[in-house]
Write a protein that binds this ligand. Structure first.
Ligand SMILES: CC(C)(COP(=O)(O)OP(=O)(O)OC[C@H]1O[C@@H](n2cnc3c(N)ncnc32)[C@H](O)[C@@H]1OP(=O)(O)O)[C@@H](O)C(=O)NCCC(=O)NCCS
Length: 178
């Protein structure tokens, strides 16, 4: 069931929601071309433990209570320490002036996967609706296509994230049927 009210509220909805997987097939050049961020934005990749702390602060602001139990240490243990599935060059932070404002990263469910996962997409609330979300997803798609030679991409989201789902659908992702 979809949540009523603010669809992308930061806290988990009180009503039930379901986890959805979405697939982009094929992962073609048109799905990740023309990457363009607002003026003044720069892109940074993973640089180690310090980046994990930046990531933690960013996701806690963007996702709120939903990610309360995610820490820098948990990120490293769950993702960054898996060298066959996590590539520092497939991790993206978007910075404007001295502030980190958005992030997403490429994850390979297995080292031989032909579908690359787009993981932990977020943009700080005050920077949303400027095309930053779409373009950070494109960075991940380009990495999966060119570096991991993936033919498809997928992601996992929650049914109450209607803004995110609208963005992914606009980019060509389709919700997988159960
Ligand atoms: C989902 C999220 C990443 C979108 O980031 P964003 O920078 O605002 O997205 P964009 O500006 O690139 O928007 C792309 C498209 O998504 C849709 N969209 C995004 N936000 C929307 C909103 N508030 N209302 C309606 N449509 C929206 C629109 O179709 C939009 O295209 P348009 O602006 O040309 O109409 C951002 O809202 C966010 O971080 N939310 C909280 C964390 C989250 O839910 N992450 C997704 C986890 S799966």
């Amino acid at each position: 069931m979809m949540q009523r009210g603010d669809p992308d509220s930061l806290s988990p909805p009180s009503m039930d929601y379901v986890r959805l997987t979405m697939t982009l097939d094929p992962l073609s050049e048109e799905t990740y071309d023309a990457i363009l961020f607002p003026q003044g934005c720069t892109i940074e990749n993973w640089q180690g433990k310090e980046t994990a702390h930046t990531w933690e602060n960013l996701v806690k602001t963007a996702f709120g209570a939903f990610v309360a139990d995610w820490t820098a240490e948990r990120f490293i243990e769950s993702y960054a320490s898996h060298a066959d599935q996590f590539d520092p060059k497939g991790f993206f932070l978007i910075k404007k002036k001295n502030e980190f404002i958005a992030s997403a990263f490429a994850w390979l469910p297995t080292s031989k996967a032909d579908s690359g996962q787009v993981h932990w997409v977020c943009v700080l609330p005050q920077y949303q609706r400027q095309g930053i979300g779409k373009n950070v997803v494109k960075l991940v798609l380009r990495h999966h296509a060119l570096k991991n030679r993936c033919k498809k991409a997928h992601l996992v989201t929650e049914s109450f994230r209607t803004n995110a789902i609208a963005m992914y659908e606009k980019m060509g992702f389709k919700i997988n049927k159960f």
